[in-house]
Structures are given as C-alpha cells and as structure tokens.
Design a protein around this ligand. Sequence first.
Ligand code: ZN
Length: 475
Amino acid sequence: MAKLIKNGTVVTAADTYRADVRIEDGVVKQIGTGLEAGGAEVIDASGHYLFPGGVDPHTHLDMPFGGTVTADDFETGTIAAAFGGTTTVIDFCLTDKGKPLRDSLDKWHAKSKGKAAIDYGFHLMIGEINDEVLAELPSIVQEEGITSFKVFMAYKNVFQADDGTLYRTMLTAKELGATVMVHAENGDVIDYLVEKALSEGKTEPIYHALTRPPELEGEATGRAAKLAGLTGARLYVVHVTCEQAVQAIAEARSQGIDIWGETCPQYLVLDQSYLELPDFEGAKYVWSPPLRESSHQQTLWNALKTGVLQTIGSDQCSFNFIGQKELGRGDFSKIPNGGPVIEDRFSLLYSEGAAKGRITLNEFVNIVSTRNAKLFGLYPRKGTIAVGSDADIVIFDPSAERTLSAETHHMNVDYNPFEGMKATGEPVSVLSRGEFVIRDRAFVGKPGTGKFLKRAAYKPAEAPATGSKETVRQP
Ligand SMILES: [Zn+2]
C-alpha cells in the first residue's frame, strides 16, 4: 500500500528541509509540500527527522571465531540493527584457504537467507592469492555483486595474509574495480608481544591492549597505504582507532592515494581504562584494534569532521560475557574479540556527534549512511531520500532521552558496552523498502524479507573482454 509521511523534516547528506514523502512500490515516489493522500496511508511525522536508513558497512553475524560463534546471527542482528535505525548491513564472508571462494559464499548465503529482516550485502575475505582464487574473482565481482575484498594484516596463523598477498589482491581489485579493505595492525609483532606477555604471567584483559600499541596500527596503515599508492588500488581501512593511523591516512590522502577510513562508535566514546575493570569485566571491552587512551577520541572526531575518516561501522561481533568472553579467563589472548554495537551505532553518532555539535546533521547522515552507500556501490538506491531511491527511512525523534542498556537492547547478548550511557534522540519507526520494520518502537517486520544486494564496482573492470558497462559512481 502507498504511504505518505507528512510534516517531517527530511535530512540528507546535503540538505535539511520540511517535506512530505510519498512511497509507492517500495521506493520514494514524490517529495514535496502539501502532498495529497490520494488513497495512501498517512503517517504523521511532525517534530521528527526523516533520515535515510543507516548503512552499516562492517558486521560479523553468525561468525565463527576463537572456538565459538558470535551471539547474534542474521535474524537477531538485523532486527537489532533495524531498531537502531540501520536498514542495510554489509557483512564479512570469511573464506578458507585451499577451498573455493564459492563454497564460502554459499555458506554465507545460507546463514542469511530466510533470516535477515533488512537488506544486506557481503564483503569477501581474501586469505591467499593463487590461480584458483584469481580465476574466481572476476565472476564474484561482476556476477555476484561482491565488490570489496577484506585482507587481514593481523591475527597471525588465523586470518592474517602476508604483504605479497595484500599487494596481489590490490592489483586484481584494481583491474576489477573492487575496493580492498584492510584490518591494519602489524600481526607479526603483536604475536611476539602477546607470547612475551603471557610468558611473563601477564594474563589480564588489559594486556590485550598493551600488546597492541597504536604504533603498530599506524605502521600497518601506512604500509597498506604505500601499497595502495604503488598499485593504484582503492583502499578502505576498517576500524581506525588512533592518531597514528589517522596521520598515515591523512598523509596518503594528501599524496592523492585513493584511501578511505572508517572508525567505530566504541573508539569515539570508550577508552582503554575499561579493560581494567575488575572481575574480568574488562573482557567485555576487548576489540582488535583495542580501545585506546582517551586522547585519541578527539583525533577521531576531528578526522570525521575534516573528512580524513569518512564512515562509521559497528564492527558488530557479539559474544556473551557468560560462557564466551569467559573463555579468556587466565589468558587474555583467548578472549573472543568484538562487541555488540550494531543497534547503537546510529544513535551514538547522532547523540555524541550531531546533538553535541561535533558534526552537523548533514555530516551525521553522510557518515552513518550516504558515504557508506557510495563507497560500497549501493548509491543512490541506498543512502539517501530521493525520488527513485529505496524507501529506507528512519522516523527519528530528536527530543527523546534514553539510557542505553542490555535490559532494553534487542541484540542477543548479555551485556551492552555502552551500559548506562545517556543518548539523545531515538529511531521511532523504520521502513525498509517502504514497509515498516519498526513501528512505534516495536518490531513489525519479518525475518527473511531482507534481500541480498548485488553491489556495483566503483569503476568498470579494466579487462575489456568482459564488456562490463557498470555505472561509475564516485563517493
Ligand atoms: Zn571486523
């Protein structure tokens, strides 16, 4: 049924204006003032913002890690995302060395199909480059619509790829118009520091942070940037946490290198001291890269403001404190890395960013939605409110005041890293392709209605034989 959202304030990455929005067949049909209902269901949004649905470029749902599996799968994770104002997630498909990439993709499609309540896409992990992998990649980009590859520079003997693999991934990605994403930390040195700490009896969660100093993130970021410059590939650095990495990105950008950077809410509002909480509670705050000393927070806000960093991802990777984080009691290296952030990403950036004046309302939309859609080949279908775009819309009450808590969140996990934090503003209702997923703070969607999104390459493939005519979209 057609819908008419009346009297809201439409906010895009470019503009803020009062307008009515008519939705038909899942897309925005008309934007204007004084629109007539004409048989459409009328929704009054007086006093509310209409934001494009959030695009979370970084999630790990139903992902095996460290002998366990994340607590949120594609059902609970996407429902929680929707409650928080996110209508698109891009999840990381892990691959296994020596096995066809296709097998891993099939696995990820099986995990998500029939479960996702909002639309989703995949990034593909590259752990090795060989003839088989090179033969598979063109069809993965051009036919499967998976246009970004993730390379880990850390997690030695698990996910880590060597520099040669990173370099060759970049060469291939450039040919195909795909983006290379890196987890930038020096895994070799970290591996040594972790072994050394454990051998000295340093087993508490805080040593997770102390064995991964910011210099090793800055070094890896700079190294990846140099390789991107050398190959001409587009590089996207996930979860940037510190001054050293921001500087490396700023320097590379000043040299014209095609490099982009993401940070996450946890690095903007939490710091390393949380890892020192008693009774092993510090384990709740174990991410890689780790939380940093609080002085880095201002650097990250400045970088978002000035455009040295452009996006915010949740790095959703939830593990219960009881039974999962506890695997690392007595050995911090066995604490599953990650936390539940998918639900609060959008609201935290609004509350701590836009509401506190650190960024403008339009910058908020850009960082939480538009830029992510552009960088990952989803724009203008996703990431904006415009005629012809998917009607993924958040009806947001900017005056709401609430407290973030595991008591009230919808993620399938027994703690919230932002427990007790006050947030200004709240997504009241959320539409995905014109249908309510959240209505008046209640879930009214259905698992399985989320669609897999084939994403566009950022430029047509260079090999002329493919005859590819994809649209060129620059962020
Ligand atoms: Zn991640």
